[in-house]
Design a protein around this ligand. Structure first.
Ligand SMILES: [Zn+2]
Length: 350
């Protein structure tokens, strides 16, 4: 009995002592890690099994299935209390069929469609905006088969939702990003990068204030080349306009996510030319630094077999966390990253 009392006493003293340590630790918490950890394989899976279900009919631009997709995205943001930068409650940037007809041969027969935008305002430098993007559309139904597009680009779409949720939780706890973040779900990618073309021609925030674009297109699968070491992702374009962005991305991965960053497709001479094949290119065209996150192609690419049961959710989580950490650093660091490579080139040609 005595011993027990003594132990209780000690435990009490210890608890009081460690109380101080707890508050000290509070200051040392790396909030980037705390909120990155809210991005989970389970949540990503829950979203994707709906977003890439047959009910969404392959999300072809302008179709009823695509409208279900945009409403799913919108409802998520409304539920999370994440606002729109367009107008209160209006998350859709509308694109008329006339614009599609004018801007792409492949877009000629498209019905009206929309990009989906959500926004978290920066605390210190709200005018400087980081754009995180993924395309919301896929190729629809062909020969009565639904092309679910779970990887392409359901994976990027649901990653965006989870990244937005993580930033929102941080913001609600007083740890919001210093620069603003735009979550941009673009339509018409499969019809020729149309939604991102429309956004960059009709930006909600001036392109001059757009710090960078982190674009996600297919991050839920593993390709042949990396099947032995599947915790990888291809980075494309990170060093094309800004060494600062490239170096930051490398350092962040080394510190936090430790994914193998594969630069195979970053090679200018690679015949696949992936740098030109997803939405980040419309930002790069305007000299905005970009990073494109991609898992490479696989046997189910653009087939009706790209289904949510084939996604590696832990890998999807790791890659989503890499994008989150990179965005967190770009948003919170002291200086704005610049297109330093472009400046160099200008100097050289003077
Ligand atoms: Zn895609």
């Amino acid at each position: 009995m005595k011993n027990i009392v003594y132990i209780f006493f000690l435990a009490f003293v210890f608890a009081c002592g460690s109380g101080k340590d707890v508050s000290k630790n509070e200051e040392n918490i790396d909030y980037a890690v705390k909120y990155a950890n809210t991005i989970t394989a389970k949540d990503l899976g829950n979203h994707l099994f709906t977003y890439a279900s047959d009910e969404f009919e392959g999300r072809d631009t302008g179709t009823p299935g695509q409208k279900k997709a945009v409403n799913y995205l919108k409802d998520f943001y409304v539920g999370q209390g994440i606002g729109s930068p367009i107008a209160e409650g209006d998350y859709f940037q509308e694109i008329k069929n006339e614009w599609f007809a004018k801007n792409s041969r492949r877009g000629r027969n498209l019905k009206d469609s929309e990009n989906v935008l959500a926004f978290i305002k920066g605390t210190d430098k709200p005018d400087e905006v980081i754009v995180i993007s993924a395309h919301l559309d896929h190729v629809g139904v062909r020969n009565e088969k639904v092309y679910n597009g779970a990887d392409d680009d359901g994976s990027g779409s649901v990653a965006l939702l989870e990244i937005a949720e993580a930033f929102k939780m941080a913001a609600d706890a007083g740890k919001g990003p210093k620069r603003s973040i735009l979550f941009l779900h673009v339509t018409g990618e499969e019809r020729g990068l149309l939604g991102s073309k429309f956004y960059t021609e009709n930006p909600i925030f001036p392109l001059a204030n757009t710090v960078c674009n982190l674009n996600i297109d297919m991050i839920g699968r593993v390709d042949q080349r990396n099947k032995e070491n599947p915790n990888y992702v291809y980075l494309i374009g990170s060093d094309k306009l800004s060494m600062e962005l490239h170096n930051l991305s490398e350092a962040i991965n080394k510190k936090y996510t430790k994914i193998k960053l594969d630069y195979k497709y970053n090679d200018e001479n690679d015949p696949n030319r992936f740098y030109y094949r997803s939405d980040h290119y419309n930002f790069a065209k305007h000299n905005i630094p970009i990073i494109f996150y991609f898992n490479g192609t696989h046997v189910d690419y653009h087939k009706d077999t790209d289904t949510p049961d084939k996604i590696y959710y832990e890998l999807l989580r790791n890659r989503a966390r890499l994008v989150f950490h990179t965005a967190w650093e770009v948003a919170n660091r002291e200086g704005r990253i610049t297109a330093d490579k472009l400046e160099e080139k200008k100097e050289e040609t003077k």
